[in-house]
Design a protein. Structure first.
Length: 292
């Protein structure tokens, strides 16, 4: 299942959790990490677990952003919310593809203890948030079966590098963060999982958001993280194929079905081969999932 919009919700905010079901995001990320100060993390775990047990999942999957594996909160996060059966965990500060194996081992134990189907709790790996993670990105040639998506983080990476900014005066990413974005995209496709673009922090600039979403979808990302409710609808729209794209994709698929013995065909004056068919099938699969 493709998830286009991933909306962060602070795990210790009753007000914001209460609005979660109305946001229209494909996935809500109930946050136990950066948006929750240390002294409120126990409260957040209780609130998130209760929310998981009672919330309507007909619109949005419910994921939890845990704290980093090498810190004091990670195991408490996992044990504190697993009874709510989250759809998955965001794994922050992942520095190697094998970090997902360690997380999976923890989840095996917790799922067994609570009678949850083994392997049903999925993982999104945030793969570029530290310098070490960037150096280890080549480890993402295959991943643990729980991993269904890979994303990247410009803000955490810039903090890790001591950068004054991750963008230039025109708002464009500078080279280290272009590299992180590109490596995330390559890693996701190498592992055959969803590539999810990082958050766009200027939530008041919808035109700029639409542009970065368009660029991300053009390049192969299938969804994007949101940090404000106003970003959800534009993200959902941006990662849907247009009517013209759907019609073209149907024409491509029909043409190859009508000519099963031909590897190369012509449509509207352009040559088509297997990669064009693969992309057309992707477009139609996304359109079918969302009822278009």
């Amino acid at each position: 299942m493709i998830l286009r919009s991933w909306m962060f919700v602070p795990g210790d905010s009753e007000k914001k959790l209460g609005k979660g079901a109305s946001l229209g995001a494909d996935a809500l990320i109930l946050d136990l990490e950066d948006s929750v100060v240390d002294q409120r993390k126990p409260i957040a775990r209780e609130m998130v677990c209760e929310y998981l047990k009672t919330a309507d999942r007909s619109v949005s999957q419910l994921w939890v952003r845990m704290n980093p594996l090498d810190g004091p909160h990670a195991l408490l996060d996992l044990a504190g919310v697993i009874q709510g059966k989250p759809d998955g965990f965001f794994l922050p500060k992942a520095e190697h593809a094998f970090d997902a194996d360690l997380l999976s081992n923890y989840l095996d134990v917790l799922e067994t203890e609570h009678g949850i189907e083994i392997g049903s709790t999925k993982v999104l790996s945030l793969a570029t948030e530290t310098a070490a993670a960037m150096l280890n990105i080549g480890s993402y040639t295959e991943v643990n079966p729980r991993v269904t998506a890979i994303s990247w983080g410009a803000e955490d990476l810039s903090a890790a590098l001591g950068a004054s900014s991750n963008s230039d005066d025109d708002g464009h990413l500078t080279p280290p963060y272009i590299l992180a974005r590109t490596q995330c995209l390559m890693a996701a496709y190498a592992c055959e999982v969803q590539a999810v673009d990082t958050a766009f922090t200027n939530f008041k600039d919808e035109a700029a958001l639409q542009k970065v979403c368009s660029d991300a979808r053009r390049d192969g990302f299938l969804g994007k993280i949101a940090i404000h409710p106003a970003q959800v609808a534009p993200i959902n729209d941006a990662f849907m194929p247009s009517k013209a794209e759907i019609e073209h994709a149907r024409a491509v698929v029909d043409l190859f079905q009508q000519n099963p013995d031909e590897g190369t065909l012509s449509l509207d004056g352009k040559m088509l081969d297997k990669p064009h068919l693969t992309q057309a099938e992707r477009v139609l699969a996304i359109a079918a999932q969302f009822g278009e």
